[in-house]
Design a protein around this ligand. Structure first.
Ligand SMILES: Cc1ncc(COP(=O)(O)O)c(C=O)c1O
Length: 383
């Protein structure tokens, strides 16, 4: 598994003198940011105003409403981000009508949302997810001892609602993961349709969780995400919001039962999927929302979609059958020629497809460079 020459250089175990400066320089210089377009890597935003916070140990342990002892937390920023999210996704503004935590990323938020569903039904529920959901969803269901049923997705990545109906276990409460922005095609499944399928099957005991890691925030800002039937939603902070360190949040409607315990040691309530949690990226989420506001974030999303439309058009012009969902930053196309794969860190889906994600901050110049490489490679392959 380990194949990085830097591991040798960085090893402290052998007792050899280590050129620490050289290791740092090589690690720092290694990413080819201009070519790193195939994953939703954060690019937009300027967080330099937060640089002085980096040297200090910010720890947002515990419930959002608690202030752990010592003051070395960014809880006011956490409270503001979660209140913003509860309002954005659920229109809830009254304390007590919702719950929420900051997390280590999308997976942590999904874990808390699925756990809320499992706790609601005292472990009698069955979990449903689609084969286009993020790999963490079946893993989390396994970890949480939720019996998991895989539902087919359509070729464009959206849930196949007929297949969901066919696979429902009559009589068992349902925990359904609904993805808003699948990892490979950025497909968005429809909570209203899922709800209608559960109604048709007579399943009223349900917890609908939305894995909105990438697309939830931009869709909700444009009123394009149906959240009425949802009980909880998780999003990443290091995707659309541009925070450089992994982070995220989960919010949900008030639950009948939620495990919350006062802990003397941290002098606050523990209700969180994490223990210690870095307060710096939480502060960064607040910073980007506070400085840009909903309008600024919306502008990021619109620009990213325009860049994605531009990329799609350029590829189609080359004869590449590229496509995208109209809301998406992601452009899907067949795996490029070997020459492109050699020079660009292209994501491949293992089935002959790949995609490029036009995150906020990806420029047309960056896109043009990729399209030029594709054009060269296609010309060479044709010759
Ligand atoms: C749809 C989706 N959900 C969840 C995740 C997991 O997020 P994280 O890596 O922040 O835990 C990802 C990551 O790419 C994702 O694409």
């Amino acid at each position: 598994m380990i194949n990085d020459s830097l591991d040798d250089a960085a090893s402290l175990i052998t007792g050899r003198a280590v050129d620490v400066d050289a290791v740092l320089a090589r690690l720092y210089d290694r990413p080819r940011w201009d070519r790193h377009l195939f994953y939703p890597v954060p690019r937009a935003g300027d967080f330099s105003a937060l640089a002085r916070f980096f040297a200090l140990p910010w720890n947002n342990i515990g419930h959002r409403l608690g202030n752990p002892p010592g003051g070395n937390h960014t809880k006011p920023a956490e409270r503001a981000v979660l209140a913003w999210a509860a309002d954005l996704f659920f229109g809830l503004r009254t304390e007590g009508d919702w719950w929420g935590n900051v997390t280590t990323g999308g997976t942590g938020g999904n874990r808390a949302g699925l756990l809320a569903g499992r706790d609601t039904f005292a472990a009698t529920a069955v979990g449903y997810y689609t084969d286009s959901d993020h790999y963490s969803i079946p893993k989390l269901m396994h970890e949480l001892s939720i019996p998991a049923v895989a539902v087919r997705s359509r070729p464009d990545g959206e849930m196949d609602y007929d297949d969901l109906y066919d696979r429902l276990r009559p009589g068992a409460p349902a925990i359904v993961n609904i993805t808003a922005g699948t990892t490979t095609t950025e497909a968005v499944s429809d909570p209203g349709k899922v709800s209608a399928v559960l109604d048709a099957a007579g399943i009223t005991d349900r917890h609908l969780h939305c894995d909105a890691a990438l697309s939830g925030i931009p869709l909700a800002l444009d009123g394009l995400l149906e959240t009425g039937p949802l009980h909880s939603l998780a999003a990443s902070g290091h995707k659309f919001l541009g925070v450089r360190q992994p982070t995220g949040f989960v919010v949900g409607r008030r639950l009948a039962h939620r495990r919350e315990q006062h802990i003397a040691y941290i002098d606050t309530i523990d209700d969180s999927p994490a223990g210690s949690i870095d307060g710096l990226p939480v502060l960064a989420m607040w910073y980007v929302v506070a400085t840009l506001g909903d309008n600024g974030l919306r502008a990021w999303a619109h620009e990213a979609r325009e860049t994605a439309a531009y990329l799609r058009d350029q590829l189609v012009r080359l004869g590449v059958p590229a496509w995208r969902h109209p809301h998406a930053f992601t452009v899907v196309f067949p795996e490029p020629p070997a020459r492109v794969l050699r020079d660009w860190p292209v994501y491949r889906d293992g089935n002959g497809g790949c995609h490029l994600v036009c995150m906020p901050g990806v420029t047309r110049e960056g896109i043009d460079a990729f399209v030029a490489a594709m054009a060269d490679a296609l010309r060479a392959a044709a010759a």
